[in-house]
Write a new protein. Structure first.
Length: 228
């Protein structure tokens, strides 16, 4: 019996020693881990700082400094009735020096252009003789519709692809020429699509509602080439 008790106490002692040793080892490992993390913290911070500085060098944020002097060349009153707007997208291909040595000195780009075309009627061109009444009917001869604005949306337009020759830095004016061509294409496409005819119809519809609300019982629009 005494032998069994001694053996039991020995087992319990060994278990307690293992438990104490395991706890101490865990504390040491945790302490070492915390020490390593604390030591590597400044290194990680320095690495992040260097990465940020390298990114700023490779991809700098442009600084815009406008000239404080503004010159106004002209101020003019407008009486334009805008009646229709087109949102246009056009793919423009521009190239230069694409001869036999194009692979050396050539420059070619593909420009995706987004823009706006606005048309309407310039009421400043409406003369007193263009409105008259007969038998209670108001006759109106509106000026012909015209394009007011054809502009490029720089936020949405971009160069999709560019291929430069091996011995050239590219044509500095090529993108400018592509942008100018895009605006011209906007206007041509809008006119071909009938923007002026629709602008004229929209102007007549708008003015018809306005003039009838002003008390004219009947309003008739006549062709701009008609003679009173």
């Amino acid at each position: 019996m005494k032998k069994n008790t001694t053996l039991w106490l020995l087992v319990v002692g060994i278990v307690l020693l293992l438990a104490i040793f395991g706890w101490a080892a865990g504390e040491v490992v945790g302490l070492v881990g915390d020490t390593i993390d604390a030591g590597l913290g400044p290194v990680r911070a320095l690495s992040d700082s260097v990465s940020t500085q390298v990114a700023n060098v490779l991809h700098p944020t442009p600084t815009i400094i406008p000239d404080p002097v503004t010159v106004v060349h002209e101020v003019r009153s407008l009486a334009r009735l805008e009646t229709i707007q087109y949102s246009v997208e056009k793919v423009i291909s521009a190239e230069s020096s694409q001869g036999p040595f194009g692979f050396l000195f050539g420059d070619k780009l593909l420009f995706i252009a987004h823009g706006t075309v606005i048309a309407g009627v310039d009421l400043e061109k409406l003369n007193p003789e263009d409105l008259w009444t007969e038998n209670g009917v108001l006759y109106v001869r509106l000026p012909a519709a015209e394009i007011f604005i054809a502009t490029l949306d720089n936020d949405k337009s971009y160069i999709y692809d560019r291929d430069k020759g091996l011995l050239t830095k590219g044509n500095d004016q090529l993108e400018t020429a592509a942008r100018q061509a895009a605006v011209e294409e906007f206007t041509t496409s809008a006119i071909d699509d009938g923007i002026l005819d629709q602008a004229q119809v929209n102007a007549e519809n708008y003015l018809y509602r306005l003039l009838t609300q002003l008390g004219f019982p009947e309003v008739i629009f006549v062709d701009a080439a008609s003679i009173n």
